[in-house]
Design a protein around this ligand. Sequence first.
Ligand code: NAP
Length: 483
Amino acid sequence: MDIIKDKDLIKTHSYIDGQWREGDSKITVTNPATGEKVASVSDASVTDANYAVESAKKALKLWSSKSATERANLMRKWFDLMMAHQGDLAKILTLEQGKPLAEAKGEIAYGASYIEWFAEEGKRVYGDTIPALAGDKRIVVIKQPVGVVASITPWNFPNAMIARKAAAALAAGCTFVGRPASQTPLSALAMAELAERAGIPSGVFNIVVGDDAIGIGKVLTQHPDVAKFTFTGSTAVGKQLIAQCATTVKKVSMELGGNAPFIVFDDADIDAAVEGALVSKYRNAGQTCVCTNRIFVHRDVQETFTEKFVSAVQKLAMGNGMKDGVNVGPIISSKAVADVDALVKASISDGASLMLGGESGELGDTFYQPTILTNVTNDMPIARNEIFGPVSPIIPFDTEEEVIAMANATEYGLAAYFYARDIGRVWRIAESLDFGMVAINEGIISNAAAPFGGVKQSGSGREGSKYGLDDYMELKYLCMGGI
Ligand code: NAP
């Protein structure tokens, strides 16, 4: 941690009610690139989680009664501080998560952009008036903050997954309790330090770092004072948490797993498609929910696309994310590498061909080489499962109908990508893909102005955009009589 200029950004206790709360036991944070210890962080308990919810409840009245402009001014300061400390925040992120430093800087700017965007959007929470059915009545609809928001987030975007939720919650007038993944608590705690410096009042933004995911998860999903629960993570865990939220009928939003198709039609700009596939697949070593998971290529352009794609992937440099020029960092753990490798091996034994990569290489068991498989079919394990690693399975197709049927043959519905130029085809395909987000001739899809979210078992609710605030607000209908 010597490389961090502002040492006060390195926080090792949970942040609850404006205090850094020390715990008896410790969680070790490890650098996935080197296996070295990065820090020891206090391990918060279920009691701490309950206290965080109570603190958020206590702070709700003060925060929700501020004007949208007052909240926006504080959030703007928080955004400015995040950008002023972008370099340090990115280094902390790379040390605990592994992604290349340039990508980590991009994540800080991306996370911060939600804080800036929602601070402004909070000023545009409009209500409604509706013509009443009787002359002596009036119908008015107002929007109010839902209350205390609790969240659980994963390790793959340790800053941005929290920022996307907290920004909308705070802008709406809600208070927030977040539990980051136990592998990557430092980025979340650094955000809390900057929230405090920005003057966000005690109890409004709380971060609980604890190894007891199940125990703390029960508090955040079942405490009667939590009005809304928001989760980003795997579909399997999301389903359990939805069931837990049912006991107190919470408002719920879920950003879950994906199995994104990436379709290259015969009229596509092949160079652009190669570029798009490269960024949408190998960013964060393939560990994003919107990562390309299956590449479908029209048989007439399969050879050209594959040749160009292999040549581009061969140029990617794998290594420690802190080193200049590295494009692909480590995978979060050796267990995750083993899971990726098992999918590759099972698909090869089912008939897929290994074109590139397919092993850890010399860097150690938390790395996996950028890999390409050809002769893949849509029923192989590599195509049916969310890979969460740097592996591209290439599947040929002949017709629009065939590729749409294959692309949609998954329980997931988060992101889809396709490259085509014919305008009629563009509309047909865009409307036929059963996914919440469709990128057309683009490899990068997410930004604060757009509604991010999935359909089917990829979740519910949207993060970002004018729609994103709705998840943190309740409609209240006022019926005024006797006029
Ligand atoms: P995960 O196992 O579901 O874990 C996500 C978070 O849930 C972590 O903080 C984890 O804590 C916690 N958790 C696990 N089991 C829990 C339980 N029983 N009760 C309460 N909390 C629990 O997911 P992951 O494998 O770390 O993350 C990758 C997944 O996230 C992928 O499926 C990916 O697609 C999805 N994701 C989705 C989006 C989106 O916006 N749709 C974005 C990013 C990632 P610990 O870390 O302490 O175990």
